[in-house]
Design a binder for this molecule. Sequence first.
Ligand SMILES: Cc1cc2nc3c(=O)[nH]c(=O)nc-3n(C[C@H](O)[C@H](O)[C@H](O)COP(=O)(O)O)c2cc1C
Length: 435
Amino acid sequence: MRFRPFLSPLHTRPCQNPRHRNPHRSSFLSLNPSSSSSMTTGARPLPCDPEEDPDEAICAALDGACSLSDAAGPPPGPTEIPLSGELRVARAWAHWRRIGAPRLVVAPMVDNSELPFRMLCRRYGAEAAYTPMLHSRIFSENEKYRRMEFTTCKEDHPLFVQFCANDPDILLEAAKVVEPYCDYVDINLGCPQRIARRGNYGAFLMDNLPLIKSLVQNLSINLHVPVSCKIRIFPSLEDTIAYAKMLEEAGCSLLAVHGRTRDQKDQKKIQADWDAIKAVKDALKIPVLANGNIRHMGDVYSCLDHTGADGVLSADSLLENPALFAGFRTMEWKEEEDGDGGLDQADLVVEYLKLCEQYPVPWRMVRSHVHKMLGDWFRMHPQVREELNAQSKLTFEWLHDMVKRLKELGGRIPLYQKGGAEERIMANGHAAYNS
Ligand SMILES: Cc1cc2nc3c(=O)[nH]c(=O)nc-3n(C[C@H](O)[C@H](O)[C@H](O)COP(=O)(O)O)c2cc1C
């Protein structure tokens, strides 16, 4: 079978979710477009229709599928009465440790932190990953949206599934569908885009803290998996700390802090505030992840040192360099002692395309990654970029051929690593990274 996706409730490591431990469940489950689901009632059309736009179509065939709701089995019952603060904190740490205390985390990225990209980053050092933000209402109403936008597999762990929401019951309905397949259900409280303002979610909920509290409480009482939140900071440190403490008390088990405010949208120009992240870490008892300005492993160490955080998230820089967490740097961040790491972005594109054949996703995601990973190559050979842009319908064959042609056109754009590949091979007797 060419396609062995998606959803596996079977984990090889011990896990808090009791259904993860059921030895009788099969290890691979996938979604069936034709199977009916109670959640399709009242479904609205997807924002973009694959029949009209080839980029919205899935990039490979889906075989042997069954429905997500069938696969999930009956939803779990509520946990129990709300836990006391101390017990909740102890459980938060126990869970974090049980999943391996991941420190190097792929941040949530709409259309970009999808399954094949997560798997690529995991091969190169990522210890956990978030899904792209999913819209809880559309997710709970629309079977097609669930099938297109949420895929996973048994190796895709630890996994945070992120939702945006503004209704506690709708969020819970969506969260219950994914909880057998993830390690955290995450609430996006940081999206600053216009679409989030219009939809009243993300960072715009910072104007309605009681609503945020009820979103977190409802999940933490009714789910088996822990709830995490991803926030932006307030302009005032005092407000930020009060906000973070409120989330912890409401039942948040892990907090990711993006050190920029809602109005600081230009991430390339505005430095993330690591002091604010440190203050949150110092004030909270649960695990805290730092987010902002992680461009290479040097930043990871500086950030962990500066903030005392338990891990970091990286977004933008991973798109260009998915091997960042394995210590590879692009030319822009190369240090004097770094050598050619024996890997470049074109190699990573080839690996990514193979993962897409294994774990199909909409072509728009593939197109976006190819552009980001090959940015430096396209600057050298802009005519190839134009050819790509002119392809209204992509195929893997065409993309593989494009990478081959780029390489034949000449030039090499390596990713760099301390000592370079040769030195590491001499020291270890074998290559320090495995593809
Ligand atoms: C393409 C892209 C898509 C993003 N989508 C999401 C998202 O779905 N949910 C979210 O919480 N943040 C999203 N973000 C924000 C990132 O998770 C992260 O907070 C931000 O980019 C700062 O991290 P960085 O400095 O490493 O890029 C997105 C960022 C990028 C670049």
